[in-house]
Design a protein around this ligand. Structure first.
Ligand code: ATP
Length: 343
């Protein structure tokens, strides 16, 4: 890949949880109440080329949204760096907002929650560009109109309030608001997950059309493998805060390598490889407060051997086509770990 638009290098994110404080997602996973550190992301490295759409996929709690927020500059990483076109993504949103952060726009799952219910949608769309000096006075109305039309809505809708729109239309407005900032990168976090299937298809088709028209670069976060296949060029499969497989969508769907990726595919009825019934992945997702040693997937992995319990597999190239997998099966086998062999 030539110089990537987005580069994420060695990113870790730890959340420290104070005793007695209930943080969404943690109690659901662990039931614990003591203060401790959540290892939300561990050693994430990836790159996205200009014009490419990268999917982030994995079960709930694997760190997809946290990575999306770090890429958007909403959170800072605990370690590592995130660069957009070679410059660090600003992370301080409290004080003066670095202009660079406007170049990454995030679109969230719930368009209703992300739109101010008391603001006309035209004002909502124009607000960001106006604050950041992207609109000259007198230009706003025409620009808003053009953006609404670009996302398949009537320009006259600018004077309406969010509650006057359906879920799909609200998500189109959220897309228009993001595009108004002239972003270099979009981060879509479960952007169609709350919509009915037929509306999902319409919003996805809009995204695909805009992508072609504007040569959009995007990180597409989803737990829905069929949506990801439709939209993404490459896909990173995440498990408990780490990338376990990274491949082109074509390669991944034709021949998944990592046992977790295979298990994910088998757990979805329509994508099961010839199986009559889908097979849910065995066991619980381990706690990010206390991730298992070795490969984090080993307690649930049907292929795990002694090495998997003690040695962390590194994400390494596996085929000549740029695919990468973090699994001992692809790197010398799961048998006795090297140290034990030496002993
Ligand atoms: N602000 C926070 N404070 C503490 N822990 C957090 C915070 N945000 C996320 N986490 C924890 O980090 C881990 C990763 O969460 P994240 O929301 O990134 O996962 P996800 O894959 O996006 O899940 P989902 O699909 O359910 O949104 C989870 O264990 C979550 O509870």
């Amino acid at each position: 890949m030539s110089t990537p638009l987005l580069s994420v290098e060695g990113v870790h994110k730890r959340f420290t949880r104070k005793p007695g404080l209930v943080v969404q997602g943690i109690d659901r996973l662990t039931g614990r109440t003591s203060g401790s550190t959540v290892h939300a992301l561990s050693d994430i490295s990836l790159a996205v080329a200009r014009g490419e759409v990268l999917g982030l996929v994995g079960e709930s709690g694997c760190g997809k949204s946290t990575l999306g927020r770090i890429i958007s500059g909403i959170y800072g990483p605990s370690e590592g760096k995130v660069q957009l076109a070679g410059k660090s993504v600003a992370t301080d949103r409290g004080g003066s907002i670095d202009k660079l952060t406007t170049k990454v726009q995030m679109i969230h799952q719930d368009p209703f929650a992300s739109l101010n219910p008391r603001m006309k949608v035209g004002e909502t769309i124009a607000e960001g560009p106006r604050v950041h000096g992207l609109l000259k006075s007198g230009e706003a109305r025409a620009r808003v109109r053009a953006l609404l039309e670009q996302v398949g809505l009537e320009g006259a809708y600018a004077d309406r309030l969010p509650h006057q729109f359906s879920g799909g239309q609200r998500q189109r407005i959220a897309v228009a608001r993001a595009l108004a900032m002239e972003p270099e990168l979009l981060v879509l976090d479960e952007a169609v997950a709350s919509l009915d299937v037929s509306i999902q298809a319409q919003v996805l088709n809009l995204f695909m059309a805009l992508r072609r028209e504007l040569n959009l670069t995007a990180v597409f976060i989803s737990h829905d493998l069929s949506v990801v296949r439709h939209v993404c060029d490459r896909v990173a499969i995440m498990y408990l805060g780490r990338i376990v497989e990274l491949a082109s969508a074509e390669t991944l769907y034709a021949a998944p390598q990592h046992p977790y990726t295979k298990a994910l595919f088998a757990s979805i009825p329509t994508l099961g490889t010839g199986r009559a019934a889908f097979q849910p992945i065995k066991g619980e997702i381990p706690s990010p407060l206390n991730p298992p040693g070795g490969c984090a997937f080993h307690p649930r992995c049907p292929m795990a051997g002694p090495r998997c319990k003690v040695e962390l597999p590194v994400l390494k190239p596996t085929l000549d086509n740029g695919s990468m997998v973090a699994c001992h099966l692809n790197d010398g086998g799961t048998g006795a770990p090297e140290k034990a062999e030496a002993a």
